[in-house]
Design a protein around this ligand. Structure first.
Ligand SMILES: C[S@@+](CC[C@H](N)C(=O)[O-])C[C@H]1O[C@@H](n2cnc3c(N)ncnc32)[C@H](O)[C@@H]1O
Ligand code: SF4
Length: 455
């Protein structure tokens, strides 16, 4: 039995909100946190040489910008721009490694942009830049655009050491693809998935997006069926974030072609139901995994974690991050690099860490982070969450929280008892709304307009 949401309930709950890949979320960070503060965090990490880390590497370049794109992507004028970018990445890696030393990296992810836009020589070089400075083991993943992939590319990526791969699909329908400026023939996706299988990746993920122009239940249903036929190990189904004030290139998408908020929600629910019926386990907000997949097993064993890369089976690790716009988290500090490639390169060239904003967490931030991330992963919250503050209750530490939770219980999104709260089958669709109750920064309303919608 699937939970039923009514248009009235949706109307009451559909408001902008964060996706909580971190807490406090990026709009609460400050430009007063700069390179010196981040260096201090790296020095703290250096004092714990055995501490394992994860590493995020941002590779921004794509062939052409898709109209709907919300990523920090860039279009190079010439191929040599990529080499120049890699020269700067090398300098940044040197700056970081000089402080933290040769670390064991147990999780690495290359995101973008389109990491596989690089030529084979550039891919090999990027890999070496990192492998020369860090000891790489564990989960090693990257994002790829099937349109940019060459037939033998998955073999090269496997040979380099990647064991997980994530491919952008979004929607198979040609009309939707035209409206989002992304022509991706079905055969191109099929061939690339087959090549990834032949190269024996441990896990192949496909990305879909709901809420795109011209998407109807019939159109999206076909895309879901095609994706199920491709049998990925994991799927991410993101809600289209239409934020033309932040991403002006999205303005070419005619808002009249976008589904209404109820239609958009129906597409989300359709994805959840279709993929669940096909045997996928719904993970957190927007991920799905086969029952035998690590993520699904970790969910069952309450070992799931969440960070800037999404859901993960690794306990919260410090995350080093390199490249433009990359976000890191080390020793209770967050930092983000300069967003635009030019500003990033100029900063690195001056010999400084390219950090433009960040935050040092207070005790209250740390406590609420543990609460929100636990909720986003495990769909429940014990009042005496040990990871938050041993011996203290969430009810004492978040003043007035019951007054805010009670209406959500009345709506049927959560159940409350003496031990804690449980998110119901209905409440799963509104997980972000439940998490928002514990967000101290939203109380001011200051950051709301910057987020996309919760469902
Ligand atoms: C860096 S891209 C993946 C790799 C490659 N660049 C591609 O597009 O195939 C990351 C993913 O973010 C999602 N995405 C991009 N823009 C989005 C938006 N405005 N709203 C929601 N999801 C978006 C897409 O599903 C996309 O596959
Ligand atoms: S969606 Fe992917 S391929 Fe398209 S512009 Fe964004 S990062 Fe590049």
């Amino acid at each position: 039995m699937h939970a039923r949401v009514t248009p009235e309930l949706l109307q009451r709950l559909d408001r902008p909100g964060p996706r909580y890949t971190s807490y406090p979320t990026v709009p609460a960070w400050t430009a007063a946190f700069g390179p010196a503060d981040w260096r201090a965090a790296l020095i703290d990490l250096a004092s714990q040489p055995r501490r394992e880390v994860s590493l995020y590497v941002h590779l921004p370049y794509c062939v052409k910008r898709c109209h709907y794109c919300g990523c920090n992507a860039a279009i190079p004028e010439r191929r040599a721009d990529v080499d120049r970018y890699l020269d700067h990445l090398e300098r940044e890696l040197d700056l970081v490694a000089a402080v933290v030393g040769r670390r064991k990296v147990v999780q690495m992810h290359w995101g973008g942009g389109t990491p596989n836009f690089q030529t084979d020589a550039q891919l090999r070089r990027t890999w070496s830049l990192i492998a020369d400075r860090f000891e790489l083991t564990g989960e090693i993943s990257l994002e790829c655009d099937p349109r940019a992939g060459r037939a033998d590319q998955p073999h090269l990526l496997r040979e380099l050491g990647f064991n997980r791969i994530s491919l952008g699909v979004q929607d198979f329908d040609p009309r939707v693809q035209d409206a989002i400026g992304r022509r991706q023939p079905e055969q191109v996706t099929r061939r690339f998935v087959a090549a990834c299988r032949a190269a024996r990746f441990e896990s192949v993920n496909l990305d879909l997006v709901y809420g795109l122009p011209h998407q109807t239940p019939a159109v999206f249903g076909e895309s879901l069926q095609k994706v199920i036929d491709l049998a990925p190990d994991r799927l991410a189904v993101f809600g289209y974030a239409h934020v033309p004030w932040a991403k002006p290139h999205q303005a070419v998408i005619d808002p009249a072609t976008l589904p209404s908020s109820w239609e958009r929600f129906a597409l989300y629910q359709q994805a959840v139901e279709t993929l669940s019926d096909a045997g996928y386990v719904w993970i957190g907000l927007d991920h799905f995994a086969r029952p035998g997949d690590d993520l699904a097993i970790a969910l069952g064993e309450r070992r799931l974690h969440r960070n800037f890369m999404g859901y993960t089976t690794r306990p919260s690790l410090d995350m080093l991050a390199v490249g433009n716009s990359a976000i890191g988290e080390v020793c209770d500090r967050f930092a983000q690099n300069a967003t635009l490639v030019g500003a990033y390169e100029a900063s690195v060239a001056s010999g400084d860490l390219p950090v433009v904003k960040g935050l040092r967490l207070t005790d209250d931030d740390r406590f609420r982070r543990a609460v929100i991330l636990h909720l986003m992963c495990n769909l429940e919250l014990p009042w005496d969450l040990p990871a938050a503050l041993p011996g203290r209750s969430v009810l004492d530490l978040v003043p007035g929280v019951m007054d805010q939770l009670a209406p959500l219980a009345v709506e049927g999104l959560i159940t409350l008892d003496d031990a804690g709260l449980q998110v119901t089958a209905l409440g799963r669709y509104f997980l972000r709304n439940v998490a928002m109750v514990f967000d101290a920064y939203l109380a001011t309303g200051e950051h709301e307009p910057r987020y996309s919608r919760t469902v």
